[in-house]
Design a protein around this ligand. Structure first.
Ligand code: ZN
Ligand code: ZN
Length: 372
């Protein structure tokens, strides 16, 4: 390929403005970097936090953090993958040797924070530009583009028979939701589970709970159609929190007790507090959703102690990507994790703004962009 290569990408120039789909310049991968042709990119709600200014970010920036593709070229020193390999992209790449990586908690590694905070790759520069002006990378991924350059630590090789759109979802929603259930909370068979929020991540919490044999699996949302979808993915009971009190509804369904495990998959401090309140004594609430910057949360200090309740955070499903992602894909191939059924729409990259409008209107479980 000749560099800089011209690639179509969706660029955020200013908050509360539509993304601009245009040709940008992509430089060659440098040492330790990988050029990936994007096969599919998930339309995840988290990008929207940056579009509307809930979370700060350096601009302009090519968004997209849930993606999969095919390696086309590698920089010097890359040993993990070779051209032709299929990969999932990671928005929390990790170094493999720091304290948190050594403890088996690579989602907390310094590397991801550096990529996120700088909007550049590890050498402190960007591969993206337009008319000589720098464009930032997004969480080291920037997969709302035909091609992207990422750090070698930001890819996990996968079998070639896995559909790109399924692999893309494993890169965020599936890992985040199923990982929260299996890795962070370690839900046990027969445990009563509540999932608050039936969007892309919430549905994955439901799938994870079904996979580990939880029962009942109660889902709460404000939209009946989303509750019905959740029932298709393994929820056993539903509470419409617009028309019913969420905590009371959960108690009614659990003999007045509450649930052993709850998951908040919206990013709302109020919903997180409700997830905590809906626990039975000894229960664990796991907050998964990304809340706007500066949000604070209020819970009962008495219940925390007297009832030995636990409140945890789960980022990226407490992932260990090289261990978890092949396993999740194996569960998909065996039919135990119907990831493909999450995908309700496909859009070309040009329609990225329409895809976000549909997401915000609650019309889709997950849609994917097909950039090629
Ligand atoms: Zn995401
Ligand atoms: Zn590390």
């Amino acid at each position: 390929m000749r560099y800089p290569a011209s690639v179509k990408a969706a660029v955020l120039y200013a908050v509360k403005q539509p993304l601009r789909v245009e040709d940008v310049d992509l430089d060659a991968p440098r040492d330790g970097e990988v050029l990936v042709r994007i096969g599919a990119a998930g339309v995840c709600h988290s990008d929207y936090h940056f579009m509307n200014g809930d979370l700060p970010i350096g601009l302009p920036c090519v968004l997209g953090h849930e993606g999969a593709g095919v390696v086309e070229e590698v920089g010097r020193g890359v040993t993990k993958v070779a051209p032709g390999d299929h990969v999932v992209l990671l928005f929390r790449p990790h170094c493999g040797y720091c304290e948190f990586c050594s403890q088996g908690r690579p989602a907390l590694c310094w590397m991801a924070a550096q990529l996120r905070n700088t909007g550049r790759l590890l050498d402190g520069t960007s591969r993206l530009s337009r008319e000589g002006e720098e464009i930032k990378h997004f969480l080291g991924v920037s997969c709302f583009a035909e091609r992207t350059v990422v750090t070698e630590q930001g890819v996990v090789p996968i079998p070639k028979d896995v559909p790109m759109e399924v692999a893309a979802l494993v890169g965020c929603a599936v890992m985040t939701g199923v990982g929260a259930v299996m890795n962070t909370a370690r839900v046990t068979p027969g445990a009563a589970v509540l999932v608050v929020g039936a969007g892309g991540v919430g549905l994955n919490c439901v799938m994870g709970a079904a996979l580990v044999g939880a029962h009942p699996i109660i889902v709460a949302d404000l939209v009946d159609a989303k509750l019905e979808t959740a029932m298709d993915f393994g929820a056993t009971h539903a509470v419409n929190a617009r028309t019913h009190d969420l905590v009371e509804g959960v108690r009614e369904l659990t003999n007045g007790e509450g649930v052993d495990f709850s998951f908040e998959a919206i990013g709302s401090p109020k919903a997180m507090a409700q997830a905590f309140q809906a626990l039975r004594r000894g229960g664990t609430a796991t907050a998964v959703g990304i809340a706007p910057a500066g949000s604070e949360l209020s819970i009962s200090a008495g219940e925390l102690v007297y009832q030995e309740k636990t409140l945890k955070g789960s980022y990226y499903g407490s992932t260990r990507p090289q261990a978890d992602m092949p396993r999740l894909l194996q569960l998909y191939r065996s039919g135990r994790l119907p990831i493909d059924r999450l995908i309700s729409r496909r859009y070309p990259l040009d329609q990225v703004n329409e895809a976000y409008d549909a997401l915000l209107a609650g019309q889709v479980a997950r849609s994917v962009l097909i950039p090629g």
